[in-house]
Design a protein around this ligand. Structure first.
Ligand code: ZN
Length: 85
């Protein structure tokens, strides 16, 4: 059994019923739990993206975090004094 291409399932998830699958693929989707699960997971991602609010968007860490990362890398590159605490 040849599964439906993931890109086609993703388009179906994005466009909902407006995305028409060829009859053969639509029939496959009804009979194939694997493709149905993949489509369901894409639909959950689309739904999450469409309902996300500003509070859901991650905020960048303060600059001090990046400075500490760079300092740790520089320590490692220069032989450092062991792993960070
Ligand atoms: Zn399938």
């Amino acid at each position: 059994m040849r599964h439906i291409d993931s890109a086609d399932l993703a388009v179906r998830a994005l466009d909902g019923d407006a995305a028409r699958l060829p009859a053969r693929e639509a029939a496959h989707l009804r009979d194939c739990p694997s493709c149905a699960r993949e489509l369901a997971s894409y639909r959950r991602v689309v739904q999450a993206g469409r309902t996300a609010e500003a509070a859901d968007v991650p905020t960048p860490p303060p600059p001090s975090v990046w400075d500490a990362v760079l300092a740790g890398i520089e320590d490692d590159a220069s032989g450092g004094d062991g792993p960070p605490p």
